[in-house]
Design a protein around this ligand. Structure first.
Ligand code: PHE
Length: 457
């Protein structure tokens, strides 16, 4: 079925899908979120759980999500409805699409604010603010930015407009080029930063923090957060990857694509961690400093290295691009749905989604200044107000539940023949392992983590 192309267009080359999906996966999640939540959750053991979740839950679900998208060829809501019908299943499966659309919308609202921080830091880097920066100065610089809601609003607005411009023109134009050249550049720059950390930071202490597990530090909340992050960083569970799969031709291997995307994404995150933690320890900063961690550490590195002005500016530009290619995929499902169901022009649909998300973003802006408050989550106290609430709700609950539903749909609701045909694999060990994973391992994994988090296990 679904040999007809998507009405929104198709990827022009096979590589385009891999590039776009990697662009979606690699973003603030890798460079900003992974280090700070690793720092907050005690390091090694947290990282290990995250890696296990990527391998056993993330990759099989990514394959499920791509195959569902390619078979349905529409926005996630309509794709799920069409496939449920084709497989004689209940219409409520389209709720997966709805939940995903709402999750994407909630995520973009804060994602754009944080990307705004990266934009602001491009200019701070370029005008020499980082030169010979010390730990306390880095804290003051960051504190200045997040304490000023007007400035945050300006950067948030700029980033949201950038995102809307690309989405309104259709995601394919420009995306390929951006990812093809900018991703490798970001990768190289991260390598250089690891090199810097190797020479000047407390490198071994950083590595130890990242990779030596201390299970006694692992709280129930940390386990949920690690699993949630596996979904977040791979862009899974909300339909972004399903949407991109819907533009995919019939000849590209879903298995190879999923493995490659997950590998690249994980590599970028680990490199970011290896660059950041040595600097944290060398400069007396706190690993658990929270969402500001990258903005506190990397400026110190750039400010104290040769050519730091250039590399610092370039780094934050690349980070903005990485965030941009992710942000696009966060609103694409909602825009595609408005075009399909409301018959809207693409431009109008984009403007509506962007404006709504922009408004919601104000709540995140205020979380870092006027409206900072604390609330308990799984025994820990969270203290970035509504931002943390939205983040926990989406990454820790909505994405894993969405992913769980996709695994169950692909593993139990779709006929074996349908998935076999769509994955275009021989009926051998690869296909069988995948099917076993989406039927048993991924769903049970998600459930176990939830039960553990609720204190039942
Ligand atoms: N994966 C992106 C990141 O790591 C964020 C994202 C989540 C994008 C969900 C799309 C969907 O930054």
């Amino acid at each position: 079925m679904a040999v007809t192309p998507s009405i929104h267009g198709m990827w022009s080359t096979r590589l385009a899908f891999i590039l776009a999906a990697t662009g979606s996966a690699v973003g603030l999640g890798n460079v900003w979120k992974f280090p700070y939540i690793t720092g907050e959750n005690g390091g090694g053991a947290f990282v290990l759980i995250y890696l296990l979740c990527v391998l056993f839950i993330g990759i099989p679900i990514m394959m499920a999500e791509i195959l569902i998208g390619r078979r349905g060829r529409q926005s996630p809501i309509n794709t799920m409805r069409t496939l449920a019908q084709a497989e004689n299943r209940h219409g409520f499966w389209q709720l997966v699409g709805w939940g995903g659309m709402i999750a994407g919308f909630l995520i973009i609202s804060y994602y754009s604010v944080i990307a705004g921080w990266a934009l602001a830091y491009v200019f701070r880097a370029a005008d020499g603010h980082f030169t010979a920066l010390t730990g306390p100065e880095a804290e003051a610089l960051f504190g200045d930015l997040v304490g000023d809601p007007e400035r945050l609003l300006a950067w948030h607005t700029i980033f949201m407009v950038m995102t809307a411009i690309v989405v309104s023109r259709g995601v394919r134009s420009g995306l390929e080029q951006a990812v093809r050249f900018l991703m490798p550049a970001l990768f190289l720059l991260l390598l250089a930063l690891v090199g810097y950390a190797l020479n000047t930071g407390q490198f071994m202490q950083g590595l130890e923090f990242l990779f030596v597990p201390h299970f006694e530090k692992l709280t129930a909340g940390a386990v949920i957060t690690a699993m949630g992050h596996a979904f977040f960083t791979l862009s899974l569970g909300m339909g972004a990857i399903m949407m991109y799969g819907s533009y995919l031709d019939r000849h590209t291997s879903i298995t190879r694509s999923a493995v490659l995307i997950a590998l690249l994404d994980t590599l970028v995150a680990l490199l970011a961690g290896m660059a950041i933690f040595p600097i944290v320890f060398a400069n007396g900063l706190e690993p658990g400093a929270g969402p500001g961690l990258v903005f506190l550490t990397l400026p110190i590195a750039f400010g104290n290295m040769a050519g730091g002005l250039f590399f610092g500016t370039l780094f934050f530009i690349l980070l903005v691009f990485a965030a941009w290619t992710s942000a696009i995929s966060l609103i694409e499902p909602a825009v595609a749905w408005l075009v399909e169901n409301q018959g809207m022009q693409r431009v109008r649909a984009t403007v509506i989604v962007a404006i709504l998300a922009w408004f919601l973003g104000i709540l995140t802006i205020l979380s870092f200044n006027q409206w900072a408050f604390s609330f308990p989550f799984a025994g820990e106290v969270k203290s970035n107000g509504i931002f943390d609430l939205i983040d926990i709700l989406t990454a820790n609950f909505m994405l894993p539940l969405g992913g769980l539903a996709m695994a169950v749909f692909a593993g139990w609701m779709m006929a074996r023949r349908s998935t076999l045909e769509e994955l275009q694999l021989p009926d051998g060990w690869i296909y069988r392992s995948w099917r076993f994973a989406v039927r048993y391992i991924s769903p049970l994994g998600v459930l176990l983590v939830f039960l553990h988090g609720m204190g039942v296990l």
